[in-house]
Design a protein around this ligand. Structure first.
Ligand SMILES: [Zn+2]
Length: 374
């Protein structure tokens, strides 16, 4: 069950919300902003639970410190079936209302299962035009006494303009006993009128220790691997989760990519250390497979940088991450040099050189062609 105190990181957000709640100064509209996968969704649910919990926890001074997590409303909120939690989420294009309802249900089912999951699609996701209108209609019906209604617009930047008008009316005349929560990665993308009417709360990247704990406790990821994934997740549990995959081939490629990525984002010495920790020197076949994958990542980087529009890259699922890495290499010559190192290393591995020193040397050589700062 999600309650404020078991949300990893986000101490400041928790403090602001608890203080405002205890001083009866909650805003009628909040804008939670910050990277994907850091806890905006969880915190919205935790606030809903705090507002409606039947047996909230209190400190000695009588201040509320958290929801109980087990009463009926807490339970319903955790399962996303609380009648006064109205949620608008982004979904792919759909033909009719029935299909939209199914897509929303599928979205919610995934978020119920894993609140930090970053839901992506090859098709563009948008918050349906009717969402705000439909929610406005529902809010016209008064909730039972004592209930605090929460309206959550998740990933506001995906809301279509036609919907924003209805939302604006809702924010301008907030219904009684209702809190509106908007979430966005970048508040700058929202209409200024919406921004100015909401109290903004910044959600920061989560510490590596907290991310590693989450992976270990919820997914039984071994400590060493959890630490490694947390290291590369840039403060996002959602991103770390995307690196865990059930399917062996995908997960091998993911791991190979993460080691490749560490060459770009870490200091030279720690990048070399990662290589020597993560690659098993007793398995030549596996090392060769990793180096081959790296060649395909590098090929994609070159295409992204010099291929123009409408290019077809091999690792299209990693496009967003590859694009960031491509920016770290400045000249065509650097690409070809790195590619040569990779090919030469494969050749020398076949000649039975010692694997570990060969990989260390490779890390140092490759690093010379990557810009030190983003
Ligand atoms: Zn409760």
């Amino acid at each position: 069950m999600i309650t404020l105190n078991n949300i990893p990181g986000q101490k400041l957000a928790r403090k602001i919300l608890l203080n405002s709640f205890n001083r009866q100064k909650l805003a009628s509209t909040y804008l939670f902003y910050g990277p994907e996968g850091v806890g905006k969704w969880s915190t919205a649910l935790a606030l809903t639970a705090l507002l409606n919990c039947e047996k909230p926890l209190k400190d000695e001074a009588g201040n509320l410190i958290d929801a109980c997590g087990s009463c009926r409303p807490c339970h319903q909120i955790g399962n996303l079936i609380f009648p006064d939690l109205l949620i608008a989420v982004p979904i792919p294009p759909h033909k009719n209302d029935k299909e939209a309802a199914e897509l929303v249900a599928a979205f919610l089912a995934e978020k119920k299962n894993e609140p930090y999951k970053i839901i992506t699609s090859t098709r563009q996701l948008t918050i349906p035009i009717d969402s705000a209108r439909e929610i406005k209609r529902k809010t016209a019906i008064r909730q039972n006494a004592g209930i605090k209604r929460v309206i959550l617009f998740y990933q506001m930047e995906k809301m279509l303009p036609a919907s924003a008008d209805s939302l604006l009316k809702l924010i301008e005349e907030p219904p009684r006993d209702t809190v509106i929560i908007l979430t966005a990665a970048d508040p700058g993308t929202l209409l200024p009128t919406i921004q100015s009417r909401a109290q903004k709360i910044h959600f920061r990247p989560i510490g590596k220790g907290d991310i590693a704990n989450y992976l270990e406790e919820k997914y039984s990821v071994p400590a060493e691997k959890a630490g490694f994934l947390a290291d590369l997740a840039e403060g996002s549990i959602g991103r770390a989760l995307s690196y865990i995959s059930d399917e062996d081939e995908t997960s091998f490629r993911q791991t190979a990519f993460l080691i490749f990525k560490s060459l770009f984002v870490k200091e030279t010495a720690s990048a070399a250390a990662t290589l020597s920790e993560m690659i098993n020197p007793n398995n030549r076949g596996e090392v060769e497979k990793i180096l081959t994958l790296w060649q395909s990542f590098l090929g994609d980087l070159m295409l992204l940088k010099y291929g123009g529009n409408n290019i077809d890259i091999t690792n299209s699922d990693l496009a967003a991450e590859l694009e960031i890495l491509a920016a770290r290499i400045s000249r065509p010559d650097d690409f070809t040099r790195i590619l040569d190192y990779l090919k030469n290393t494969v050749v020398s591995l076949r000649r039975n050189v010692h694997i570990r020193p060969a990989l260390m040397a490779l890390a140092f050589r490759v690093r010379r062609h990557i810009n030190q700062s983003p």
